[in-house]
Ligand binder design. Structure first.
Ligand code: SAM
Length: 277
């Protein structure tokens, strides 16, 4: 089996699920992560059966709509590969834009206290620690399974993070103030499910994605409240937000904070909020 054979099989067998540019992206991703295996079975007959079996099993999962990142167990984010599984959201390019927004405003020699609320794979705090190595970085999630993956990512990427298991919707107090509070909390309303791809709906954790139609800003209100007790005097909150709720989310923060800037993502959608204490 050659790399071209794999490309052909992907094109034939995934055409009902994805368009051709998505299939090409999946193919390239698959090849990149599995390349060592592919290299070895091209030259080693002993390994061939095993490798072809792996490929066929991977293809079956792809046909079942499982995201390629979950199949190979890694997702690329910013500059790093992060472990992901069914308990962690696959980090998104929009969230990389949030990291760029933050990285433009601080420099690597600053000693800062930073916390990420709803951390999933740990992609945000770990990337921040890599960019701002003098920062003390904490991260909260309710999911012990997601935190286990986040801890593994932090160890493997050599980025010490203080991980905390906590329900953000409960009252809690941390004995510390933060210069930067970051959050990409669940923000998709149930009513938006209709426009979502099946592979996200069936394979990514609903705990990470959805909020009720009745109270879609529930997590942002909590982030605002947490900021009142935990931001330093010149501290800031940076959030990724639901593109359809930019104005509402901004207005909610303005009840608590003096200045709120709404930023668009690369596609021109309302996507990030920068909140000044
Ligand atoms: C949209 S995901 C973001 C994950 C990661 N920060 C990223 O950008 O890829 C939201 C995260 O919030 C967590 N979460 C959901 N409800 C929570 C709660 N009540 N308290 C704390 N974390 C929660 C989920 O487990 C999930 O990891």
């Amino acid at each position: 089996m050659t790399i071209q054979d794999i490309n052909n099989r992907f094109s034939e067998e995934l055409q009902n699920l994805y368009d051709s540019s998505e299939i090409q992206a999946i193919f390239r991703y698959y090849i990149e992560i599995r390349l060592n295996i592919i290299d070895s079975f091209l030259f080693n007959d002993d390994k061939m059966d095993f490798e072809i079996k792996t490929f066929e099993e991977d293809l079956l999962q792809l046909k079942d709509g499982k995201p390629v990142q979950q199949i190979v167990g890694r997702a690329f984010f910013y500059d790093f590969f992060f472990r992901v599984n069914e308990y962690t959201l696959i980090p998104r390019p929009e969230t990389e834009e949030l990291i760029y927004l933050i990285s433009e405003q601080y420099n690597k020699d600053q000693t800062l206290n930073v916390i990420d609320l709803g951390t999933g794979s740990g992609c945000i705090p770990i990337t921040i620690k890599k960019i701002l190595p003098q920062a003390a970085v904490s991260a909260i999630d309710i999911s012990t399974e997601a935190l286990a993956i986040a801890k593994q990512n932090a160890e493997e990427l050599n980025a010490p993070i203080n991980f905390i298991q906590q329900d953000l919707l409960e009252e809690f107090y941390l004995n510390q103030k933060f210069d930067i509070i970051i959050s990409n909390p669940p923000y998709i309303r149930e009513l938006e499910k209709a426009e979502m791809h099946e592979n996200v709906l069936n394979h990514e954790p609903h705990l990470a994605l959805f909020v009720s139609d009745e109270d879609p800003l529930i997590f942002y209100r909590r982030v605002a409240e947490i900021g009142l007790n935990h931001l330093t005097e010149n501290g800031k909150i940076f959030c990724e937000i639901n593109q359809y709720l930019g104005a509402e989310t901004k207005k909610m923060f303005e009840k608590y904070y003096k200045k709120v800037i709404l930023h668009q993502d690369i596609s021109g959608n309302d996507r990030m909020l920068e909140v000044y204490n």
